[in-house]
Design a protein around this ligand. Structure first.
Ligand SMILES: C[S@@+](CC[C@H](N)C(=O)[O-])C[C@H]1O[C@@H](n2cnc3c(N)ncnc32)[C@H](O)[C@@H]1O
Length: 196
């Protein structure tokens, strides 16, 4: 009798925990819906042609299909995913792919590697807009322009550099002195004066 109860609890947890994580990631950015492989190939040939000099970051990489496809073109790629089950799956599934890497992380905070050339996202508009602000700061930190490939959704206040349905390509430029966010120096000044 007891073993039946234990079995029931284990099975329930196996179903409930992944379901909970799936719903949570949906609320945080976008639920898991993979990009179509032919679309990804089209993006990496027509919209933003890839070669071995490219380093792609897929923010919210899901099952890793974008990362894997990018490496077919000789590029190096990293997938960032908030759902730990997906990260384990990707690491196992693409374990033989030496140009693919997967990290557990949050796209709103992820520090882009210095060699990043482009970021890929398939994210709902809210998550996309919020991450764009973070990416602009990252472009400023790295002091370079980074490209953003967005599947299906566009940015409200930004003009795409190229548009090949279903993709939008943006240039993320570093903040210049005249359009740097003014909030930070004020915050730092306040914190410093509070200390003294
Ligand atoms: C629509 S899927 C896209 C998957 C993949 N990029 C593709 O195009 O096939 C979005 C993925 O983003 C993940 N995600 C949602 N919020 C996230 C966050 N804050 N940080 C990292 N990944 C997130 C979800 O778990 C999901 O796997």
């Amino acid at each position: 009798m007891l073993w039946k109860l234990i079995l029931l609890v284990v099975i329930t947890l196996i179903i409930i925990i992944p379901l909970f994580v799936f719903l949570l990631t949906g609320i945080l950015g976008a639920p898991y819906v993979p990009s179509e492989k032919p679309d990804i190939r089209k993006a990496f040939t027509d919209l933003y042609p890839l070669d071995e000099n490219e380093y792609i970051v897929d923010l919210g990489c899901g099952d890793g299909v974008v990362v894997d496809t990018a490496t077919e073109f000789g590029a190096k790629a990293v997938g960032v995913e908030i759902n730990p089950f997906m990260v384990w799956f990707c690491r196992w599934h693409f374990r033989k792919n030496k140009n693919a890497r997967f990290v557990h992380g949050d796209m709103y905070r992820y520090k882009l590697p210095a060699k990043t050339t482009a970021v890929y996202m398939y994210m709902l508009p809210l998550g996309l807009e919020a991450t764009f602000k973070h990416l602009r700061k990252e472009a400023t930190r790295l002091d370079k322009t980074i490209y953003l490939i967005s599947n299906a959704f566009d940015l409200k206040n930004e003009k795409p550099y190229k548009h090949e349905p279903p993709f939008y390509l943006y240039k993320i430029k570093p903040y210049k002195d005249d359009d740097k966010e003014p909030a930070e120096p004020a915050k730092i000044a306040k914190a410093t004066s509070a200390k003294h």
